[in-house]
Design a protein around this ligand. Structure first.
Ligand SMILES: [Fe+2]
Ligand SMILES: [Fe+2]
Length: 201
């Protein structure tokens, strides 16, 4: 990789993988390097764009970052955070590209790609298509699967905890006997869940 790309990578590093998606930046970069070569795109556009496309997630509070994965979140809420992270990515990308004195012309093309990398309908150029494909290949990569399974487990654990807290609330359940039954049931399901996970893996 060119020295300038390494510099951009280093500057962007503190802002990467902020959605419980460890490895996203690295994996999408790996695919972009491959695709830009095979599809004959312009690496001076594609590589900085893929490195910087999701840095904006770092600027959103954690609960907002994870809305995308929340099955209870509405489509409007999801869209709103999508738009927000794109805007924030553009803002941070400009700063980083200026810091390394990147060509203003290339910077414009990079920012255009980042600005709608998750929400644009259709593709506007080969470089843009390559960046978005590299981003999507994350989902079927080993790292992408591992991250989404870890997120699902975390969500599940949180759900059990919330139910337990609810059962222990004063005036929620009348008798101690009923509470004990409910808590024992909950334990059983938790154990069952862990057992299923262990035998699936
Ligand atoms: Fe994104
Ligand atoms: Fe991404």
């Amino acid at each position: 990789m060119k020295e300038i790309f390494n510099k951009i990578w280093e500057l962007a590093l503190p802002y990467q993988d902020k959605r419980d998606d460890a490895g996203h930046a690295k994996t999408s970069l790996k695919y972009a390097l491959k695709l830009v070569d095979l599809e004959k795109g312009n690496e001076d556009v594609v590589i900085p764009a893929i490195i910087l496309h999701d840095v904006g997630w770092s600027q959103l509070p954690e609960e907002r970052r994870l809305i995308i994965f929340d099955p209870r979140a509405s489509e409007e809420d999801k869209r709103e955070v999508q738009l927000e992270h794109q805007t924030e990515s553009v803002k941070l990308a400009v700063k980083i590209l200026r810091k390394v004195n990147y060509s203003p012309e290339l910077t414009d093309e990079i920012l255009e790609i980042i600005s709608q990398h998750d929400t644009r309908k259709g593709f506007i150029s080969k470089n843009e298509g390559i960046v978005r494909d590299a981003d999507k290949l994350w989902r079927t990569s080993k790292e992408g699967f591992t991250a989404s399974e870890a997120r699902a487990k975390k969500r599940e654990a949180k759900r059990f905890k919330l139910i337990e807290e609810g059962l222990n609330k004063a005036d929620y359940i009348y008798s101690k006997t009923a509470r004990q039954i409910a808590l024992a049931d909950l334990k059983y399901w938790e154990k069952q869940k862990r057992h299923d996970e262990a035998s699936n893996s």
